[in-house]
Design a protein. Structure first.
Length: 756
């Protein structure tokens, strides 16, 4: 066959031969054959397609038809003819280059759309194969039926399109589809396609500056989704088009004359709003067609030096408002105070000839560039949300489209739009966004903390992977769990998101607390089996000997079995015995009962100078500190109204608190410390230790060295080799009390210290 042979002649012959065999394969109608030949000729002439491409397309299509891989879609459209129609739209409306057309034809005709990429790369080069791969990935993504109404789906769709020409083909494909499905019987499917065109493809076309395609997508979506509204507006616009065009000419002619006389350089644009825009305004303003003032708008764009921009804009404003009566309520001054997104312009509505309202927008070339290209992004100005990364990337595409340099810039734009983000699916098809580098653990903790805590791996695209597996856009992830799994410290180095890190830290903290309690109970039980008790002073020496800084860390290592409990017990007992031998006196030990102490100044009285707030911010009320619990400054407290009307202050953990609240809850009032005076409080401590007067001497020595703490009295009782001491000390607040208790517990021979 010669070079003039059409691309699809062989395809049609193959299809016809298969049909004669009675096989249910793709069939071409007579009309489709004629249109296919016409489109193929047009593409060949436009893009200078080679004989090699014709042969490759013929073989690919023949194989695909023989394998039964090419079928009419839900609307009954022929896929090969539809692909050629899409190519023509892409060439005419987006100026798609020959590589894009070749990739589209190859992708349309191939049955192995995904697995034949390497073959295409070898024959047609990296650029064509990249476009085919992008088309395959986006087609596969769309066929999943994922939650496409989400903003994340738009982002994922863009991230899948490695080459920007994939986006152009996708938009052209949807425009072509919307044109072809006017008379389809698949109404519900047409509605779904129209909704996608409205929320997904039209905004992308707008961002690319493909305003014609954007308006066509929006208008066709309205036509299919709200048929009556569309035709009502269309009929009224058609009825008024000639008079409207004539009116615009009458309106702008005197403006043009006066602006030129003022020496301003400018150009003007007059445009009629699209049917979709008019309908949206009718709904927003809740009015009928006749209630829309600005069916068309005039945009005056000044060629102005930067220093004269505002002055010349207001000069133009003055000239226009001298000619036509303005509506002051509809003045929008975004020159003096630009919008938060940087948009600058003057919008005025004036009463033109025949008493009709006309919207006039005045801006400079720079302002128009900003408004159109994305710094203030006209699509954002109209309420279409978008992320900065999408805007920047799509604006680069738009710059390439407008460059007119035979599309040589296109290959420079790799899809690095989401270099910091990935988009993945849950098993149910929900779409989630994560930082690039996120792992299976990030995904698990995003779903739920409990799921993350017991995660042992995942199934990604039906492949088993570990918890550290990095996620990639388009992955579908199912988390695998085990009841025996627990969070690990090294997980903090695996996850990427701050949310997952915070959840892991919380889980580790909770685990350490539980493990600490378990380890302490285990150690006490094992010591008890050895007829020994856990003494804190000896335990402190043991922990120091092991080179561990914190008690909590010691218990954690014990729980993790990084310390052998039997070895710990042996070391503990050896330390205890060594201390006993070292401290053994050469003379009989004197009993602690021989110790007597009474503070020489027995007349010191307690004074309450600290300030309390009782009930509803009441200060200055008389109160007494309850003797049953002896509250001091810093204790959580509450007030109790006695029968004689006085108020007694109790600690929240007072032994009588539960009964008071249960029986006399109506007499309980809130109370809190609000100011520290010079008050000191008598506190009673119970100390238990080995029956040795030397230990008591050490205790009193510790107390005497503490500032702002005074020992009032001490009484000793001895029994079975242990002494029980009741100490009364006078101090300022709970911070001094807690510090004292901590120091007393470290005295050698002391087994327990508690507040009474």
């Amino acid at each position: 066959m010669g070079r003039k042979l059409l691309i699809l002649h062989s395809i049609l012959e193959t299809s016809s031969a298969i049909q004669k065999k009675g096989m249910e394969k793709l069939q071409f109608t007579t009309a489709e054959i004629r249109e296919t030949i016409s489109l193929a000729n047009h593409l060949r002439a436009t893009c200078n397609l080679s004989s090699a491409l014709i042969q490759s397309a013929r073989l690919d299509a023949q194989r695909a038809i023989e394998e039964g891989m090419l079928h009419r879609d839900a609307f009954g459209l022929n896929p090969i003819l539809f692909g050629l129609q899409t190519a023509v739209v892409a060439i005419e409306e987006t100026e798609l280059n020959s590589e894009g057309v070749i990739a589209l034809i190859l992708w349309t005709c191939r049955s192995d759309r995904i697995h034949g990429i390497d073959e295409i790369r070898m024959q047609w080069g990296e650029s064509v194969s990249r476009i085919v791969r992008g088309l395959s990935r986006t087609y596969e993504l769309g066929s999943r039926g994922a939650a496409q109404e989400t903003e994340n789906f738009r982002s994922l769709l863009l991230s899948f399109a490695e080459d920007m020409r994939v986006i152009l083909i996708m938009i052209s494909n949807r425009v072509n589809l919307m044109r072809q499905i006017r008379d389809t019987e698949a109404v519900s499917r047409r509605q779904q396609v129209s909704e996608e065109a409205s929320y997904l493809y039209a905004p992308m076309a707008h961002k690319l500056g493909l305003y014609k395609l954007k308006s066509e997508l929006e208008d066709l979506s309205l036509k299919y989704l709200e048929h009556d509204a569309y035709y009502m507006i269309k009929d009224k616009l058609s009825a008024t088009k000639r008079s409207r065009d004539a009116y615009i000419e009458r309106f702008i002619t005197p403006i043009d004359k006066h602006l030129r006389q003022a020496g301003l350089k400018f150009h003007m644009k007059g445009r009629t709003k699209s049917i979709h825009s008019i309908w949206q305004k009718m709904k927003k303003q809740k009015c009928d067609f006749e209630g829309i003032f600005d069916l068309f708008a005039i945009r005056i764009i000044l060629d102005s030096p930067p220093k004269l921009e505002k002055m010349q804009c207001w000069q133009a404003y003055s000239i226009i408002t001298d000619m036509y009566q303005p509506n002051p309520k509809r003045l929008r001054d975004w020159l003096s105070v630009p919008k938060s997104n940087g948009y600058e312009s003057l919008h005025i509505t004036v009463l033109g000839p025949e008493n009709k309202w006309v919207e006039v927008q005045i801006r400079t070339e720079r302002m128009d560039e900003i408004a159109e290209r994305g710094l203030a992004a006209h699509w954002r100005y109209k309420g279409i949300k978008s992320e900065a990364g999408i805007d920047e990337w799509l604006n680069n595409i738009r710059s390439a489209l407008e460059s007119g340099d035979d599309r040589q810039m296109m290959d420079q734009f790799k899809m690095d739009l989401y270099e910091d983000e990935v988009f993945v699916f849950t098993p149910k098809g929900d779409l989630l966004k994560f930082p690039k580098g996120s792992t299976v653990l990030d995904f698990a903790y995003h779903i739920h903390s409990r799921l993350g805590n017991i995660c042992v791996g995942a199934r990604i695209n039906n492949h088993l992977v570990p918890v550290r597996q990095v996620l990639h856009s388009g992955d579908q992830i199912e988390i695998l769990t085990s009841a025996n799994q627990k969070p690990k410290q090294e997980w903090l180095n695996i996850v990427k998101s701050s949310r997952a890190k915070a959840k892991i830290r919380l889980a580790l903290k909770e685990t350490r607390i539980k493990d600490g309690l378990y380890a302490k109970e285990l150690l006490e039980r094992r010591l008890k089996n050895r007829k020994a008790e856990l003494v804190e002073s000896t335990l402190s020496h043991l922990i120091k000997k092991l080179g561990i800084k914190e008690t909590s860390e010691f218990y954690h290592l014990l729980a993790e079995e990084k310390l052998d409990v039997n070895e710990v017990i042996e070391t503990y007992l050896a330390l205890r015995d060594h201390e006993t031998r070292r401290d053994a006196p050469s003379v009989p030990v004197r009993s602690a009962m021989e110790y007597n102490y009474e503070h020489p100044d027995a007349a010191i009285a307690h004074q309450n100078e600290d300030v309390l707030v009782i009930d509803r911010n009441l200060k200055g009320l008389d109160y007494q500190l309850a003797k049953c619990c002896h509250p001091i400054y810093g204790d959580p407290i509450f007030g109790f109204v006695t029968v004689n009307g006085g108020i007694k202050i109790h600690r929240e953990n007072c032994p009588n608190a539960l009964e008071l609240r249960r029986r006399f809850g109506y007499r309980v009032v809130k109370a809190k410390w609000s100011g520290k005076g010079s008050s000191q409080y008598s506190i009673t401590l119970r100390v238990v230790g080995n029956d040795d007067i030397g230990i008591v001497n050490n205790i009193t020595s510790v107390i005497s060295k503490e500032e702002k703490i005074m020992m009032r009295s001490i009484s000793i009782d001895s029994h079975d080799g242990l002494f029980g001491g009741i100490l009364v000390v006078q101090l300022d607040d709970t911070s001094h009390l807690n510090a004292l208790i901590k120091k007393l517990r470290t005295v050698k021979g002391v087994k327990n210290v508690e507040r009474l």
